[in-house]
Design a protein around this ligand. Sequence first.
Ligand SMILES: *Cc1c(COP(=O)(O)O)cnc(C)c1O
Length: 381
Amino acid sequence: MSPTSWLLHCSACDTPAALVRASLCTACGQPLFARYAPVARATALPVRWDMWRYAPFLPLLDGEAPVTLGEGLTPLIESPVLATAVGVRRLWIKDEAQNPTASFKARGMSAAVTRAKAQGVPGLVVPTAGNAGAALAAYGAAAELPVRVYAPRTTPRPILDTIEAMGADLIRIEGHIGDAGKLALAHAAETGFFAISTLREPYRVEGMKTMGYEMVEQLGWRVPDVLVYPTGGGEGTIGIWKALQEMAAGGWISSDRVQPQYVVAQAAGCAPIARAFAAGAERAEPWLDPVTYASGLRVPSPLGDRLLLKVLRETNGVAGTASEAAIRDWTFRLATATGIDAAPEGGCALSVLRDAVVEGRVATTAEVVVYNTGSGASYRA
Ligand SMILES: *Cc1c(COP(=O)(O)O)cnc(C)c1O
């Protein structure tokens, strides 16, 4: 491999790792992070209309063309109506439905498939609660690589249809994403296919990170007071946090306050992070029998637990939950107040924010960015 602009280190114990076929830290089993030399903001960003605009901070070799479908550069839409409804000063929705295959998973797959393809892997495999499978099916097609997807039978029908429409080999399983994960790893071991699961390889989170760069640029190089993310495996939340750390290291944002207050939103039927945070734990215990129709949040054993709990602790964060009824109610309110085709995960985020404001854990003077991570259309059977 030619020299790269990044190195890999363990996110927990800092042990360096080899770049090729990188997975978890060989010393402690925690996720790896890519590390870049700081780049000054004066460095012109490449003019391109996808997330690879942030290429100086992405794992791309000199002269290499990424596997892209135009992901990223999604709108940040201000909603005074929702700001009033939840009781904060200003509120924006970052609408991730406007990505290829209708979720932010496109960003992670663009980065991860770019690296996997460069390593010459024979194929790609992923366990998914839904959207990651649809995104990998699309990026695998773009990279001309075969894709296998393991998804729960209960995954919303439109998402399963997208996976098959992109030509991927879809295996519907009983059980949840944790069960799918075991099957995906077994398939990878058997065939040499590369497993692109959440935080198990280090490059998906690099693509997710671009949500943070974009948000700050769209706000005029400002960090909001509060950031609300509907959290399952944790890659979205951790990616944004990593982006802001990198921007601060390069002096792109003021070092007075680098990170917003993070609000991690989970479904009441699957809330391992909220439960662990309330207990003051450093790791989360697996959630037994996860149930929620917000399928992106049905992740009982997130590999990002240690990092998420650290982000919450370090930012005076809030981890809250929403009932299925509250998710439905706030998804409808999000859509009707803005015209954004909100996913239930986006509704969950708003509901948890509303409760946090009522309980006084988020200030009424706050400027808040809420992520609508997927599209309502993906859930209409
Ligand atoms: C995957 C997903 C989530 C959860 O994201 P993580 O990065 O796993 O925390 C939230 N919403 C939607 C629509 C998703 O597809």
